[in-house]
Design a protein around this ligand. Structure first.
Ligand SMILES: [Zn+2]
Length: 683
């Protein structure tokens, strides 16, 4: 975005209003609009010049012939001075050395520590050094305004400072001392000169994660231990879950992005979220804080609806005493923990594939053990929600089967990514299975659902898409595509396969064949999937060879000869045999790919449902004898839109209408340069 000059002018004026108001005793009425604001500013500027209220900027120095306003610090050096900008062509060091009366220190005793330009203003900072060691309490600054004139200077220095800058305590000894005290490895160290209670010391600054040590470099004593961490309450939340199904031994895992409500005595209740490792912290000096941790996070609103209440841990946290909370059977129900945890894991997995994807960044309502048995549901229209059922009879609770939870979460992932509308349910089920397989790192869906070793289905399968006995059932069909993707993951690795899978879904194809094209497109590297893609051999093996899912294959493109193509242009291609005015409308294209002029015959031929061949023929309206003799120059092509009137009372069935180029013989032994056809139906 670019702002106009008047915009910046207004900004500068606004800044000057703010800048002036702190020195003005009289309150300024707020302007009613921007235009008035400028007027007020002008008036007020005049006022403040006439009565300099504060005594802070009470010193006046002369700098390059201009009177600058200044403030001197306790030892008589200039803290800051500023005034009308002056043009100086000298180097900063020369400016300092030729104004010894102002800076009171030679540039040879300074070290440049920072220099930058922001919004046209150039800043330069030095520190006083002794034997190259920085005096941390010192600061010399020079500043240039947007017009290139020097507008500010400062010289907080200690001209009389005299200190032996040779340490007695070595760096290694200082590190050792800090490590002993902190109990953790030091992260950095620096030898400095600084003031403590009015005296200067040569110190080692040693940083550990929590503390910054100031260690006297002469005696080794710790002069000061500064906290690197503000007073804080911190905790980590873990959750007890089954790794896959209730037939596993429960494990303890960090609860990702766990939501907590903290009661602050001042400021009321605030929400604190853990990181992906379950670690949460709130900086507060309160000795104790009431904190309630829930089995939710910003992406899963985990709602129990059986007899048990919502899992939570309500406690008092003590300042600077980190603790680990554990959600287990004492405070929550396994189903709710599993649903909360595995949905969060699903969310994290998707973010891992595509950190920029925000489609699942909302609190999905997830119900555990509401009712019913042996199933689970995803509501794929807003408001989205998922439901896991309780245990009964042979079936374990689906709320306790990791892959079923992630499968339902996967349906919502499809629902939000397919913004154009719901794809085929087979795509929906396939992708829900793929996410479940990916997150749980195993191929089964409904693992151990009615006992160890049982499942609903597995992505390790060799079902063929064109011979599947699914009868269109979506879980059954989805299993085929999930199978192909499981195999691709096995060959190309999870990371790349899942990436391509996620990206290809932005093609929003509603069917398998379309999705596979989208998949090739993501893998492609030259804007042409028909000349292959880097991994097309693997895709062919997994999609086509193993599962007969159509793939975009390189067509056999002829480079010579005569080629003919026919495409229908009038629909439908179904005709009522009792009508006498049926027409087959089509477009043909004939092209000569040879390097020389070529003469050949062209004609149409019809194959009947009873396998008879009628030809040669041409559309009757053409009033030409078939076959037609044509001569085409190199690269010459002819395109025609044609209508072939179809006689009435033809027998019911499918007729194949050919266009052929070559040498007609008898419809059986024709010498064909090319042949293309379309089918039409008589009913
Ligand atoms: Zn499903």
């Amino acid at each position: 975005m670019r702002f106009s000059q008047s915009f910046w002018f207004a900004v500068i004026l606004l800044v000057s209003v703010v800048g002036c108001s702190s020195n003005n005793i009289k309150p300024v009425l707020p302007p009613e609009n921007a235009a008035q604001e400028f007027n007020v500013d002008t008036e007020r500027s005049l006022e403040s010049y006439s009565s300099p209220a504060s005594s802070y900027w009470s010193d006046i120095i002369q700098f390059e012939g201009e009177y600058w306003l200044a403030h001197k610090n306790e030892n008589g050096t200039i803290h800051k001075a500023f005034g009308k900008g002056v043009n100086l062509n000298d180097s900063p060091e020369k400016i300092i050395d030729t104004h010894a009366d102002i800076f009171k220190i030679p540039s040879s005793s300074l070290k440049k520590v920072e220099e930058y330009t922001h919004d046209g203003i150039h800043y330069l900072f030095f520190r006083q050094v002794i034997n190259g060691i920085e005096v941390k309490d010192s600061r010399v600054e020079l500043r240039w305004g947007r017009g290139g004139k020097m507008v500010l200077l400062g010289a907080d220095v200690f001209p009389q400072l005299n200190i032996d800058a040779n340490p007695v305590i070595s760096n290694a000894e200082a590190l050792e001392r800090a490590e002993y005290d902190a109990g953790t490895k030091p992260l950095s160290s620096e030898l400095v000169i600084e003031e403590h209670n009015g005296s200067f010391y040569l110190d080692w600054w040693v940083n550990t994660e929590k503390w910054k040590y100031h260690i006297d470099a002469k005696t080794g004593s710790i002069l000061e231990r500064e906290s690197n961490v503000l007073d804080s309450h911190e905790w980590t939340t873990d959750v007890t879950v089954y790794p896959l199904s209730p037939f596993d031994v429960p494990i303890v895992e960090p609860f990702l992005f766990n939501r907590n409500l903290v009661d602050l005595p001042e400021g009321g209740q605030v929400e604190v979220l853990a990181d992906r490792y379950g670690y949460a912290r709130i900086d507060s000096e309160e000795e104790t804080l009431n904190i309630v941790s829930f089995l939710d996070n910003p992406f899963v609103d985990s709602i129990p609806c059986g007899e048990y209440g919502e899992g939570m841990i309500d406690r008092w946290s003590v300042n600077n005493q980190p603790e680990t909370l554990l959600f287990n059977d004492d405070n929550s129900h396994m189903g709710q923990r599993m649903v909360g945890y595995y949905c969060a894991l699903g969310h994290d997995y998707i973010k891992g594939i595509d950190p920029t994807y925000a489609g699942m960044d909302f609190p999905l309502s997830a119900y555990a053990d509401c009712c019913c048995t042996c199933n689970a549901f995803a509501y794929i229209e807003p408001p989205y929600k998922i439901e896991m059922y309780s245990a009964s009879g042979d079936c374990v609770a689906t709320s306790e089967v990791a892959d079923v939870i992630v499968h339902e979460y996967g349906h919502i992932y499809v629902a939000v990514q397919y913004t154009l509308g719901v794809p085929s349910y087979s795509i929906h089920e396939a992708f829900a299975d793929v996410l479940a397989n990916a997150v749980t790192q195993q191929p089964e869906i409904g693992k151990d659902i009615t006992g160890p070793g049982t499942n609903f289905r597995s992505s390790v399968n060799s079902v063929l898409y064109d011979n599947n006995q699914c009868y269109g059932e979506s879980h059954c069909e989805g299993n085929i595509l999930a199978g192909a993707l499981w195999e691709i993951r096995g060959i190309l690795g999870n990371q790349y396969t899942d990436y391509v899978w996620h990206q290809a879904r932005f093609g929003q194809s509603y069917d398998f064949a379309g999705f596979v094209v989208d998949f090739y497109m993501v893998d492609d590297n030259d804007d042409n999937i028909l000349n292959g893609t880097p991994n097309c051999d693997v895709f062919k093996q997994c999609y086509w060879d193993n599962h007969h899912i159509p793939i975009p294959e390189t067509p056999d493109i002829p480079t010579d000869g005569i080629v003919v193509d026919i495409v229908p242009t009038g629909f439908p291609l179904e005709m009522d045999r009792t009508k006498s005015n049926n027409n087959l409308m089509y477009h043909i294209n004939i092209k000569n790919l040879n390097d020389e002029p070529t003469t050949f015959e062209a004609w149409a031929m019809v194959e009947t449902p009873w396998q008879q061949k009628y030809g040669p023929m041409l559309p009757p309206a053409a009033r030409l004898h078939a076959p037609l003799i044509l001569t085409l120059q190199p690269d010459q092509e002819i395109s025609l839109d044609l209508r072939h009137a179809i006689p009435g009372m033809l027998p019911v069935g499918t007729y194949r209408y050919h266009v052929r180029v070559g040498d007609f013989v008898d419809n059986v032994n024709d010498i064909l340069l090319d042949d293309d056809w379309i089918d039409f139906i008589m009913y």
